[in-house]
Design a protein around this ligand. Structure first.
Ligand code: ZN
Length: 248
């Protein structure tokens, strides 16, 4: 591994994670060669909020695709675990994740320190009364034949994820900006940094004086701004970085 002198003296760490951190857990990414959208571009239409809300037929297509994509057999990997352990060791680790898989929390990162920028797969929200319920119970109904499962109030049920064409939660975004601006080191892991707000959070952190370190297989638009760019596999690079940070 490269020189990691940038890890010295860091007490406030912000970590941005994208799909790349979960591929070692067996989850496909979205835009890579085996990515969900690459293999079935038509699915993007069903995962677009406007289409989803407009048509029972689209919702039927959505729930069947979603059931097939929904995985209960995945486990956090070495990178998720190293970040959780670093936090337990006393260094303040704030996680901003683009992922909806809940793997940071399952690895032991405290709920209150993980900000899910794109929401969570674990729950669904009623668009009528706002009630939130477990995704599992809805998928049970889909498996039993419900093409367009509804809330008791009659409202449309939608997973608590940010779909295409949907704005991010303003409060979540404001919190993410505060965390990015307050960090001394902004560590971007497994994100192409091409989708908002990931991209602007990197820029904001750097403007506020943080060092930027990028761990990603492919080049990103922010590589030139970074103190270090690491192309090694996430499963080995992130534990090594966490050891360097823990040694302070
Ligand atoms: Zn309802």
């Amino acid at each position: 591994m490269n020189d990691m002198s940038w890890a010295r003296g860091v007490t406030r760490l912000a970590v941005l994670t994208g799909a790349g951190i979960s591929t070692d857990s067996g989850l496909p990414d979205y835009r890579g060669p085996q990515g969900t959208w690459t293999k079935d571009p038509a699915l993007i239409g069903a995962f677009t909020e406007q289409n989803f809300l407009a048509s029972a037929e689209v919702r039927d297509r959505f729930w069947h695709a979603f059931s097939a994509l929904h995985r209960t057999d995945i486990e956090p990997n070495a990178a998720h675990s190293a970040l959780a352990e670093l936090d337990r060791g006393g260094l303040a680790v704030r996680v901003l994740t683009q992922n909806v898989d809940g793997l940071h929390q399952r690895a032991g990162s405290p709920e209150r320190k993980v900000l899910e920028l794109h929401g969570s797969l674990a729950t669904v929200d009623c668009r009528g009364c706002g009630a939130r319920s477990a995704t599992e119970s809805v998928l049970t109904r889909v498996a039993a034949g419900a093409g367009d499962p509804r809330c008791g109030c009659g409202g449309i049920l939608k997973p608590s994820i940010v779909m295409f064409g949907q704005y991010l939660d303003g409060a979540v975004l404001a919190k993410a900006r505060t965390i990015a601006a307050a960090s001394q080191l902004f560590l971007a892991i497994g994100s192409s940094l091409q989708v908002e707000p990931a991209a602007s959070l990197c820029a904001l952190a750097v403007q506020a004086g943080a060092k930027l370190v990028i761990v990603n297989r492919d080049p990103t638009p922010y590589d030139a701004l970074a103190t270090a760019v690491i192309r090694e596999p996430i499963g080995t690079a992130v534990p090594a970085i966490c050891r360097a940070l823990a040694a302070r």
